[in-house]
Design a protein around this ligand. Structure first.
Ligand SMILES: [Zn+2]
Ligand SMILES: [Zn+2]
Length: 290
């Protein structure tokens, strides 16, 4: 396979914004990331509130992004908002957070905001579809700049939904502005929720399905995570590349097959002392070649 950069997917990682939002870019460069994902606020705290960025901070971020050639940085929504919540308070608060993250994405010129579909608790799937669709419609009504909301597949724990391709597709096909909605596919979530993607043929079947339903160009990001959880275990536990149950064949296929070449690949592997983003990226690069 040619090593021309245009024929390969770009690979990067989720990076912390601790001590300044532009520091995520420094960390990305240190780890040899070619693309980036960030949280703009602590993901598990409601009280953290939205990030207020002054012009200087925005300027640093934009300058460094340009130099690093990070042109498609993704903002991941914090975890507490629930766009399927049956509780009015939580639901409207969740829409507000999504709106705030979209506003931040405009400021920082990040083209994607990634969200999970959330949980309707004891309500039905039909209810959940309506909730998420209504949330996205409310936001796209006022949307001027084209940030895409990427729906991420889940492992469907705690009555969460969105583990099936059909779930993501139904939302895309029901919203008023489907051009503003895309897909972020997480390999660990897909595997733990029943897609046997450690077998490259199954990986291709998943993409054939997406292709026939909405077109694979809807998939803008793949979270490349190996899985500690077994196939179909429902256990959402990310592992370093090649050290989990998915194994290298799936990642080799993602790195080499032309159908994935326009999709940015982002690591969300553990931050521990076993290995690090840089080494995971080195391994992925070696898979791009052989
Ligand atoms: Zn996620
Ligand atoms: Zn993910």
């Amino acid at each position: 396979m040619s090593m021309d950069n245009n024929t390969l997917p770009r690979i990067g990682a989720h990076k912390s914004i601790a001590n300044g939002i532009d520091k995520a870019i420094d960390r990305g460069l240190q780890s040899t990331c070619e693309c980036l994902q960030i949280f703009t606020r602590p993901p598990r705290r409601w009280d953290a509130g939205k990030t207020t960025l002054n012009d200087k901070q925005v300027g640093y971020f934009l300058n460094k992004s340009k130099k690093a050639n990070y042109f498609d940085t993704a903002i991941h929504m914090p975890y507490l908002p629930n766009l399927s919540s049956p509780e009015e308070n939580l639901y409207y608060r969740s829409i507000k957070v999504l709106q705030e993250e979209i506003n931040t994405s405009h400021l920082l010129k990040c083209p994607y905001v990634i969200t999970h579909l959330g949980s309707p608790k004891l309500e039905t799937r039909k209810f959940a579809v309506k909730r998420v669709v209504n949330a996205i419609n409310k936001i796209s009504e006022t949307q001027i700049s084209p940030t895409m909301i990427l729906l991420e597949n889940s492992t469907a724990k705690k009555r969460e939904w969105g583990k099936k391709i059909e779930d993501l597709v139904e939302v895309i096909n029901t919203v008023d502005s489907p051009q503003l909605v895309g897909i972020c596919l997480d390999t660990a979530h897909a595997y733990a929720s029943g897609y046997e993607i450690s077998i490259p043929e199954t990986l291709h079947e998943v993409f054939d399905q997406i292709d026939s339903l909405v077109g694979t160009d809807k998939v803008r990001i793949i979270h490349v995570n190996d899985s500690k959880g077994q196939h179909n275990s429902g256990i959402d536990h990310h592992e370093h590349i090649g050290r989990g149950n998915i194994g290298l064949e799936c990642f080799r296929e993602l790195m080499q097959h032309p159908r994935f070449k326009k999709i940015s690949m982002i690591l969300e592997t553990p931050k521990d002392n076993q290995t690090n983003d840089k080494d995971n990226l080195t391994l992925l690069r070696s898979l791009r070649k052989n």
